[in-house]
Design a protein around this ligand. Structure first.
Ligand code: MN
Length: 736
């Protein structure tokens, strides 16, 4: 048998019954139907959780009644109390959300559904290193979508903390830490001071047990020594207010253990220098009265300079209003006095719940209530606007439309949280990760399933992006469904650049052609032209960095080709021999010969397989047009054995270039053509024609081009170079 720890029932807190919950809400909920539905929820969970027990050994329903008790104390409406009872029933029993909807309607079903999803997320079990507390809070709020869900979640956590004694020390620590990181800031922002303070004290007990008990001891000593003088101040003030006919209540209040801990260990104040450990709180009717009371107190006691704070004129962001002053008593002790109205006190204690508290027959409308809360809570506005793209945040009406649906929070596969505007898709997600990821996205998995790229993401989705360096890049169509301004900008930028690339290629080709025409006029073919003009001398003279820019310049007629010829001092009909004094054969003179009878026939190189020196060749005797030279592998002559004749490359020819038709296949990507062209240019290979087309289903680009090459060895070098251009997977010679 496992040894049972001696755990007090309900963590030592008073255990409540359903009737006690009922006694609270009956004060403000009188509708018989609402009361019946709440009772039905209690009966329902009693039955459904009947065989379940908490770690402490208590029946499970205790927890549900306590959570309902906490939300009823905050004057929650019937839907909230019902949902508080039902908050674990979908997660822990066979009940489905649809069952809840049938019995209690869609409002309750939505709240319970959100609570179930938050529960399933198991925030505390996510990798802490990857997961910021800030993200926890955003996810919680993003998933809640309704302030009532958050209130129930806070009540749920508060009760779990009260009964934390039943869990292992590791769990106690983890839950306390998570509470401090996630739930306490939310409670603080909502102004739920009572909940926040109790959570902090409970967590401190587990996180810093020694300091917790040290402060507890100091505090009880202080109460003993100073309690008496505080009491006499209380009586004196009461007398003064009574004499002045002011309606008031006055109570003593002790600073929370956690607040003292924070002052001592986070701000470094010794216990004896914390002046507001014991305070008096005076509650009156109107704000005017508050100032009046302050005046009377300052007349009687000396105020401590610099400790007066007017939160009535300048409320805190969480709507807290009060006057604070610190006075010196006759024995030299300092006491803080807080003065506020009844309404201000309610807001201070229960924060947003004071505004949100259920008011029967007031036409309660959760959407309107949320709007009201939003208007009052600057924090929500800050929260929302801080998380929106700056371009979009200009549209404030858009933001205030629905604060809880303004953002979705999704996970990377590593558990990192990414925040996106509502309606975002995997493409928005990809661009939020990195521009490069967005630009190379080819597919997306949401919760492990391959989905279309325009799928709308929901909070809690786990998104994985498939990328490929061969991706064609973003398409214009993406603009129709992406939501974030960031993604839109990136896509537009990419498309603009692509268009500019295409334009650039066109301009280069046009300029090259103009030069070619001009040089051909002077009897200079392309390779020689390239040798002449792709030189530092020419480029420097015309102020271009490279030959491509020079061609673009030519297209823009700055300079015109004649100016280049002029600079090179090339006149018409200049002999090619000027080029390094080489002896060249005329282009019309074929570098192939045959022996015997064929020697008198005209010999030409076939256009279908474009042979070049070094290729294995064969001659084909055409009908009346002499001999055409084919590669031996050319299928056009394979079956013509009796018309074939042996031909040979001349060994005495000087370097010239011959057209070779080449076929390139590549995966499409931005700048592919530019890269291929510039690679050829660097290798000093000219292309006399180039045609590219893209297959829109597999994004493979096929390029056919005619390269000017001297021989087979050189061609194989060129193939190697082109093969190394990223994306290119096939380079072959063509046979037409
Ligand atoms: Mn629970």
């Amino acid at each position: 048998m496992e040894e049972k720890k001696n755990i007090p029932i309900n963590g030592g807190y008073p255990l409540h019954t359903f009737e006690e919950v009922e006694a609270i809400y009956q004060n403000y909920i009188s509708s018989p139907e609402d009361r019946k539905q709440i009772r039905a929820a209690y009966d329902f969970i009693l039955e459904k959780h009947k065989d379940q027990y908490r770690k402490s050994g208590e029946p499970y329903y205790h927890h549900l009644v306590e959570v309902a008790y906490i939300v009823a104390s905050l004057q929650a409406g019937p839907a909230t109390i019902i949902s508080a009872f039902l908050h674990d029933v979908v997660e822990d029993t066979d009940v489905e959300v649809e069952d809840i909807e049938k019995r209690w309607g869609s409002e309750v079903a939505k709240i319970v559904d959100a609570l179930t999803k938050i529960q399933r997320l198991k925030l505390s079990k996510l990798d802490a290193a990857e997961f910021e507390a800030e993200d926890h809070r955003k996810i919680l709020i993003g998933m809640a979508k309704d302030i009532r869900v958050i209130i129930i979640k806070l009540a749920d956590r508060l009760h779990n903390l009260r009964t934390l004694g039943a869990l292992s020390p590791e769990r106690q620590n983890a839950i306390s830490k998570e509470t401090m990181d996630v739930f306490v800031p939310i409670a603080h922002r909502l102004g739920l001071d009572r909940v926040k303070s109790e959570m902090e004290d409970l967590c401190l007990k587990y996180l810093e047990p020694e300091k917790f008990s040290e402060i507890t001891k100091l505090l009880s000593h202080k109460a003993k020594t100073m309690g008496k003088s505080l009491d006499s101040i209380r009586k004196r003030i009461a007398d003064i207010l009574f004499e002045n006919n002011i309606h008031f209540e006055i109570e003593a209040r002790v600073k929370s253990i956690y607040s003292i801990y924070a002052k001592m260990y986070m701000k470094g104040h010794p216990f004896d220098e914390i002046y507001d450990i014991l305070a008096l709180r005076i509650i009156t009717d109107t704000a005017m009265r508050c100032y009046e009371i302050l005046g009377l107190i300052h007349k009687t006691y000396t105020p401590v300079p610099g400790r007066f704070k007017d939160y009535i004129a300048m409320p805190k962001p969480n709507m807290y209003q009060s006057l604070h002053t610190t006075i010196v008593s006759g024995n030299g002790n300092f006491y803080e006095i807080q003065i506020r109205t009844k309404e201000m006190d309610e807001v201070a204690e229960v924060g947003v719940a004071a505004h949100w508290a259920y008011k029967e027959n007031s036409g309660y409308n959760s959407r309107r209530e949320q709007q009201e809360i939003e208007d009052k809570l600057h924090w929500f506005r800050d929260f929302v606007s801080a998380t929106n793209e700056s371009a979009e945040s200009a549209d404030f009406s858009n933001i205030s439309r629905d604060i809880f649906e303004a953002n979705v929070y999704v996970f990377t596969p590593k558990g990192k949280v990414i925040e996106l505007p509502n309606g975002s898709t995997p493409i928005d997600f990809a661009y939020r990760i990195h521009t490069k990821v967005g630009d190379s996205t080819t597919g997306a998995l949401v919760n492990g399933v391959l989905v279309p790229l325009n799928t709308v993401l929901k909070t809690g989705d786990m998104v994985e992006i498939k990328t490929s360096k061969n991706s064609p890049g973003p398409s214009e169509g993406w603009l129709s469904f992406v939501r974030s301004a960031q993604a839109k900008n990136c896509i537009r930028k990419f498309i603009a650049k692509k268009n500019a690339d295409v334009l650039r290629i066109e301009k280069i080709a046009k300029g090259r052609q103009s030069c070619l025409d001009a040089f051909k006029d002077r009897g200079i073919d392309e390779p020689d032209m390239m040798e002449l003009i792709d030189s530092p001398k020419v480029l420097n003279y015309f102020h271009f960095d490279n030959i491509e820019d020079l061609f673009i310049g030519v297209t823009n007629r700055k300079p015109i080709p004649a100016a280049i010829l002029e600079f090179l001092k090339i006149k018409k009909q200049v002999s090619l021999n000027v080029l390094g004094g080489q002896k060249r054969i005329a282009p019309s003179n074929t570098p192939v010969y045959c022996r015997g009878g064929g020697s008198r026939l005209a010999i030409s190189l076939a256009n279908c397989c474009t042979p070049i020196p070094g290729d294995d060749i064969v001659g084909y005797i055409t009908k009346g047009k002499g001999i055409s030279v084919h590669r031996k592998t050319c299928p056009n002559v394979a079956k013509e054995e009796n018309r074939l004749i042996n031909v040979y490359w001349r060994s005495d020819i000087e370097t010239s270039t011959y057209p070779v038709d080449v076929y390139i296949e590549a995966n499409d990507r931005p700048s592919l053509l530019v890269d291929i062209l510039s690679t050829l240019s660097v290798a000093k290979v000219s292309a006399s024609s180039l045609h590219a087309s893209t297959n829109n289903t597999n994004f493979v680009v096929t390029i056919t081009c005619t390269l000017m090459v001297s021989d087979a060895k050189r061609l194989s070098d060129i193939f190697n170079i082109v093969q190394n251009v990223p994306g290119v997977f096939r380079v072959t010679r063509m046979i037409h």
